[in-house]
Design a protein around this ligand. Structure first.
Ligand SMILES: *Cc1c(COP(=O)(O)O)cnc(C)c1O
Length: 384
C-alpha cells in the first residue's frame, strides 16, 4: 500500500473491541492480569501502552524498521539512543548539528565518558581521519539544520558498516514521507516528532526506529529502563497529526520552493540555502536519496542590522523557535536554536549573525510572500 494510505489509516483498524475508527486514548498505567503467569500483553504503561503501541507500530512500518519507541521528546529519544554507549566510546557526528544534540553530547554525555568528533559527514576523508579504535557510531542529520547541508546516506552507511559502526540518522526534517534512511542502510532513525510528524506545534514527542532484532531488543530495554516514554494523550495527538503528513509535506515543499526562489531575487538577500534549488551543492544527492524536500530553508540578509526589523515586522509569520508545523515560523539560529554551539564552530559552518531560518507553513504562498516582502522592505528602509 502507498504511504499516503498507510498514513491516513494509522490505528483505524486496531480497536477490535468497539471498532472505533480513531484509536482511543487508553489512560491507564496498570493492566489487569487474567491469571497468574498470564498477561493481555500490557502490564505497566512504561513498558507498553495501547495508544503508544499503535503509534510505534505505525512508525516502525513507515520507516521500514523492525521496532519503534515513542519518547517524551526528541531529546529524550537521543538520550535513550546514547545510552547504548559506555564510558570510553566515541561517536562521529555531523558538524552542522541541531544545538540541543550538541549540548547533550558536550554537557552531559561527555561527563559519562562518551566523546564526539564533529565532521562534514559527506567527506569520507574526514570520516576516515576521525575514526578511533573506540568509535562506535556515526550520527548524521541530512539535511542539516539550519544550513541544509546534505549527506549521502548510502555512502556513510556503507563506510560505517565496513568499519563495524552503527549509523544513526536524525530524519526530523524530511520524515519517512520523503526519506527512509533504514532503506539506505541506517541502523537507527531518530525523530523530533514535535516537528513535521506532529505537525501542529502542539505536541512534544520523539521517536526511535531500529533495524535488526538484537538492536531492537536492546533499545526496548533502554526505553523501559530510562522511562522517558510518551504518554497516551500525546501518543494520540501525534498519531492524529501523522494522518495528514503526506498532504502537509507536499504543501510545505511547494510553498518553500516558491518562496526560496522569490528570495533568491530579492535585493535584501545574499544567499538562500535550500536543497530543492538546482544550485545547492547537495541538490543531486538529495534528489537521489529522497523523494522530496523539507519545508525549511535558511537565508542570509545583506546586512545583519536587517534581522531585528524583519523579525519585528513579520505579521503572518511568527518569530518563534520551532519548525515543521502548519504555522510559518522564523528563527534566528545564532542566538536561539544554536546558542549552545560555540561561536567558532558556528562561524566555521556559517551560522552567523546574518542567517535566518524559515519554517514555511501551509498558509497560502501569496500571503507568505507578501508578509516577507513588507518586512524586508521596512528593514531596507530603516538601514539604507
Ligand atoms: C527539534 C529537534 C530535535 C529535538 O527534539 P525535541 O522534540 O525538541 O526534544 C532533535 N533534532 C532535530 C533535527 C530537531 O529539529
Amino acid at each position: 500500500m502507498k504511504i499516503e494510505s498507510r498514513l491516513a489509516q494509522i490505528g483505524s483498524q486496531k480497536d477490535h473491541v468497539t471498532g472505533a475508527v480513531s484509536f482511543p486514548i487508553y489512560q491507564a498505567t496498570a493492566f489487569r492480569h487474567p491469571a497468574l503467569g498470564e498477561s493481555t500483553g500490557f502490564d505497566y504503561s512504561r513498558t507498553k501502552s495501547p495508544t503508544r503501541s499503535v503509534l510505534e507500530e505505525a512508525a516502525a512500518e513507515l520507516e521500514s524498521g523492525d521496532a519503534a519507541f515513542a519518547c517524551s521528546s526528541g531529546m529524550a529519544a537521543l538520550q535513550t539512543i546514547f545510552a547504548l554507549f559506555s564510558s570510553g566510546d566515541h561517536l562521529i557526528v555531523s558538524l552542522d548539528l541541531y544545538g540541543g544534540t550538541y549540548r547533550l553530547l558536550e554537557r552531559i554525555m561527555s561527563r559519562f565518558g562518551v566523546t564526539a568528533t564533529y565532521v562534514d559527514t559527506n567527506d569520507l576523508d574526514q570520516l576516515g581521519a576521525s575514526i578511533t579504535p573506540s568509535t562506535k557510531a556515526v550520527l548524521i542529520e541530512t539535511p542539516t539544520n539550519p544550513l541544509m547541508m546534505i549527506t549521502d546516506v548510502k555512502k556513510v552507511t556503507t563506510w560505517a558498516k565496513s568499519h563495524g559502526l552503527l549509523t544513526i540518522v536524525d530524519n526530523t526534517l524530511l520524515t519517512p514521507y520523503f526519506q527512509r534512511p533504514i532503506e539506505l542502510g541506517a541502523d537507527i532513525v531518530i525523530h523530533s516528532a514535535s516537528k513535521y510528524l506532529g505537525g501542529h506545534n502542539d505536541v512534544l514527542a520523539g521517536l526511535i526506529v531500529t533495524k535488526g532484532e538484537e538492536l531492537s531488543a536492546q533499545m526496548a530495554v533502554l526505553h523501559n529502563s530510562i522511562g522517558a516514554v510518551l504518554g497516551p494523550q500525546d501518543s494520540f495527538l501525534l498519531a492524529r497529526g501523522m494522518k495528514t503528513l503526506a498532504l502537509r509535506m507536499e504543501r510545505h515543499q511547494s510553498n518553500a520552493t516558491a518562496i526560496a526562489k522569490h528570495l533568491q531575487k530579492h535585493p535584501a538577500i545574499t544567499e538562500v540555502f535550500y536543497p530543492a534549488l538546482p544550485e545547492h551543492p547537495g541538490h543531486e544527492i538529495q534528489n537521489r536519496q529522497s523523494s522530496g524536500n523539507t519545508g525549511i530553508f535558511s537565508f542570509k540578509v545583506k546586512d545583519a542590522r536587517y534581522v531585528a526589523p524583519i523579525l519585528r515586522n513579520v505579521k503572518l509569520i511568527a518569530f518563534a523557535e520551532s519548525l515543521g508545523g502548519v504555522e510559518s515560523l522564523m528563527t534566528y539560529p545564532a542566538v536561539q536554536t544554536h546558542a549552545d554551539i560555540p561561536e567558532h564552530i558556528r562561524q566555521a559552518v556559517g551560522v552567523d549573525d546574518r542567517l535566518l531560518r524559515f519554517s514555511v507553513g501551509i498558509e497560502h504562498v501569496d500571503d507568505l510572500i507578501a508578509d516577507l516582502d513588507q518586512a524586508l522592505e521596512k528593514a531596507m528602509q530603516e538601514f539604507k
